[in-house]
Design a protein around this ligand. Structure first.
Ligand SMILES: Nc1ncnc2c1ncn2[C@@H]1O[C@H](COP(=O)(O)OP(=O)(O)O)[C@@H](O)[C@H]1O
Ligand SMILES: [Mg+2]
Length: 271
């Protein structure tokens, strides 16, 4: 689909919700609304690249009209309903490995503490490392069935690495009750097994594994609050998606299911 508008001619890239309809591709460049932390974020992405992390778009420029340009990363981005190829065990392992690589590079780059990092999906306990916070399928580029890049760092903020793993687990296991999962994911994904695969491929410590189920519940509550804020602000995309996916009852169901399965997840992670 092509579109004309504020950003000029370009192909509209679909996938996200926050900037729906406002992300364009022009050749090798992506043109999108710049987050308010863009300056600090671009510096951070450049520093990650200097530390050998090449699995993110390279920032190119900020424009005077409040947009940013980044390199387009060729490949396939899984969009809902998520295709089976994106939910294989190999794909899951590659996401765990990629997140680990991001965190190893992030651990070596000091966070700009003068930037107003968004609190929306940030680790409530804080931290010294910049987390991505939104490693959902729509923000991962694949090639040949393996995750090769993370995009959309708009919600990045300091936090514990474990928080980012919990956020990723929500989307990639997925950690949803069976009814909610069936609406977006292929059938037959066994949550405890896949949580273990993600933890193993990331290389989570035993201590972090013991904490992970509770952190997933915390992260889920943050995501619910994020949606609630958007809906309260009258955001049409979030309001429509919430209604289509079953309203707040779906969130109640997911949170109840997580609580019911906490011990099973802990066992799968530690045994
Ligand atoms: N640098 C990039 N390289 C490749 N694809 C991209 C890139 N940036 C965005 N996209 C595509 O555009 C979609 C929406 O972009 P994104 O920046 O994630 O928007 P949003 O902030 O709304 O989530 C993504 O899901 C992905 O498919
Ligand atoms: Mg996105």
């Amino acid at each position: 689909m092509t579109a004309e508008g504020g950003a000029g001619d370009g192909e509209v890239l679909t996938g996200g919700m926050v900037n729906a309809g406002a992300v364009f591709r022009r050749g090798g460049l992506v043109d999108r609304p710049a987050p308010c932390t863009a300056r600090a974020l671009h510096a951070h992405l450049r520093a990650l690249e200097e530390h050998g992390f090449d699995a993110a778009p390279r920032p190119v420029r900020l424009t005077p009209d409040g947009r940013e340009q980044l390199t387009y990363v060729p490949g396939d981005v899984p969009l809902p309903p998520f295709p089976r190829w994106a939910m294989t065990e190999g794909a899951l392992r590659s996401v765990g490995g990629l997140l680990r690589r991001l965190h190893e590079a992030c651990a070596a780059v000091a966070v700009d503490t003068s930037a107003a990092w968004p609190r929306a999906l940030a680790d409530p306990e804080g931290g010294t490392m910049l987390c991505h916070n939104d490693v959902c399928p729509d923000n991962v580029v694949f090639r040949d069935g393996r995750a090769v890049a993370l995009i959309d760092f708009d919600l990045a903020a300091p936090g514990r690495p474990l928080w980012d793993v919990a956020m990723a687990a929500r989307y990639w296991v997925p950690l949803l009750d069976p009814v909610s999962a069936a609406a977006l994911y292929p059938a037959g994904l066994h949550a405890p097994t896949r949580l273990r695969i993600l933890a193993d491929s990331y290389g989570l410590s035993r201590h972090e594994r013991a904490e992970l189920p509770a952190v997933v519940e915390q992260a889920t509550a943050s995501c619910r609050a994020f949606v609630a804020d958007r809906v309260a602000d009258g955001d049409p995309v979030y309001t429509r998606t919430l209604a289509e996916r079953g309203g707040w009852r779906r969130w109640d169901r997911v949170q109840e299911w997580l609580g019911d399965h906490r011990d099973g997840f802990t066992a799968a992670l530690l045994d």
